[in-house]
Design a protein around this ligand. Structure first.
Ligand code: KIV
Length: 275
């Protein structure tokens, strides 16, 4: 598998310049070891608020806090030397006012070393995006299915079907005009994702969108088969690590019960040098 050859960590402007070019590769990460594995292969890594569901067992992303995002952001940053890191702003940390958004985004940037923050919302959040980008905080936008709004969207449904497509186009245009350097398009019809990609001058990053987007993102635990509580249609499992891990744990448990582990090579003799 070939790794990408970055001269240095890409900046949001480098990602913006990839519009219409070789597709941008990204995955989510929440820990140092996983970030290390993807550093050579991804253009940017997202510390997504999906961490709440994937690692903390929450039912939705609504319970994720700023402190959790900062803690995981710091861990991921330690694993990256080539890919840019984007950190999600969690629910309740930016919607109240532009000032609240700036204060919390500034904390994320300063305390994690992120290159940018991501926030959910289209037309409604455009003034906030303009406020942040005008004050030195690069913003990745996120429209379509915005999981922090499941209670008003009525669940994790495909967005922008039929007449709602125009509103979604307006959302994407609004965040691009407000200064977002890229926009995640989540769970919308492929033809609409292609229209949005044509309509805006910033890269679109698809998840459940279209192969025509300027880039793609997946939740890493989904694509590795580590998170198996449910599998959205848009997830392709590239591995079944959850099954492998469970089989390994079952073998370990059986060997402990049978006193087959530890074996002689795993224990220390009196005569062995202290190590
Ligand atoms: O939180 C997350 O993982 C995300 C991606 C699904 C885009 O926002």
């Amino acid at each position: 598998m070939s790794a990408i050859a970055h001269k240095s960590v890409p900046l949001p402007d480098d990602i913006r310049a990839r519009k219409g070019g070789v597709p941008i590769v990204s995955l989510t990460a929440y820990t140092t070891p996983m970030a290390q594995l993807m550093d050579a292969h991804c253009d940017f890594v997202l510390v997504g608020d999906s961490v709440g569901m994937v690692l903390h067992g929450l039912e939705s992303t609504l319970g994720v806090t700023l402190e959790m995002m900062i803690l995981h952001g710091r861990a991921v940053k330690r694993g990256l030397s080539r890919a840019m890191m984007v950190v999600d702003m969690p629910f309740g940390s930016y919607e109240e006012s532009r000032e609240q958004a700036f204060r919390n985004a500034a904390r994320i940037m300063a305390e994690t070393g992120a290159g940018a923050v991501k926030l959910e919302g289209g037309v409604q959040m455009a003034p906030t995006i303009a406020f942040l980008t005008g004050r030195g905080i690069p913003v990745m936008a996120h429209v379509g299915l915005t999981p922090q709004s499941i209670n008003t969207l009525g669940g994790y449904k495909v967005q922008g079907r039929g007449a709602a497509g125009e509103a979604l186009l307006a959302d994407a245009r609004a965040v691009a005009e407000a200064g977002a350097f890229s926009v995640v398009l989540e769970k919308l019809p492929a033809a609409l994702a292609d229209r949005v990609t044509e309509a805006v001058d910033i890269p679109t990053i698809g998840i459940g969108a279209s192969a025509g987007c300027d880039g793609q993102i997946l939740v890493v635990d989904d694509m590795l088969g580590l998170f198996t509580a449910f599998k959205p249609k848009f997830v392709k499992r590239y591995a079944s690590l959850g099954d492998e891990a469970e089989a390994a744990i079952a073998t370990y448990a059986a060997e402990v019960r049978a006193r087959a582990f530890p074996a002689p090579e795993h224990v220390f003799a009196d005569t062995e040098p202290m190590k």
